[in-house]
Design a protein around this ligand. Structure first.
Ligand code: HEC
Length: 132
């Protein structure tokens, strides 16, 4: 081979090498981005960054998911979850039932509430079951 041929071979190989490099970097970067995105979402869901509101979040959640069977009119299992006093006084039993931890899983028959909703309820307890 003369010199010109060598330059050609090197150039082709170099381009091929660069292309492979780009592909591999590209894959790694999109993979890392996907992981980073998951992480951010997890943090939002699984930590108590903001104060949970009883009137805006906890009471509507209870009314929507639990009060149909646990009201003054229909106290399934003897539990009434209408209003702040009932919910705050029985917060640990409610959380236990949402997590099927020491209590039967609720809502009865499943499916369980989302991790994010359960975490909200747990944050509300950790923040002192505020009537806010
Ligand atoms: C479709 C009706 C229904 C819904 C909705 C429902 N429950 Fe219940 N719940 C029941 C019944 C019925 C019982 C009594 C079960 C038994 O005694 O076997 C019960 C019992 C319980 C108990 C006592 C369980 C135990 O192991 O002692 C708790 C606490 C409770 N519910 C919390 C909740 C919470 C919190 C929600 C909402 C996330 C909820 N329930 C939604 C019907 C329901």
């Amino acid at each position: 081979m003369d010199n010109l041929e060598w330059v050609f071979v090197l150039a082709v190989n170099f381009n091929f090498y660069r292309m492979k490099q780009f592909l591999i970097y590209g894959l790694c970067i999109s993979f890392l981005c996907a992981c980073a995105k998951d992480k951010v979402n997890d943090n939002v869901v699984l930590e108590c960054f903001d104060e949970v509101s009883f009137s805006q979040e906890i009471e509507p959640l209870m009314n929507q998911s639990c009060v149909g069977c646990h009201s003054s009119a229909s106290q399934s299992g003897g539990y009434n979850f209408e209003g702040y006093v009932n919910i705050a006084n029985q917060a640990n039993q409610i959380l236990g039932a949402m997590q099927a931890d020491g209590f039967q899983l609720m809502p009865i028959g499943g499916p369980p509430l989302s991790d994010s909703l359960i975490k909200h309820f747990q944050c509300w307890i950790e923040q002192g079951t505020l009537d806010n």
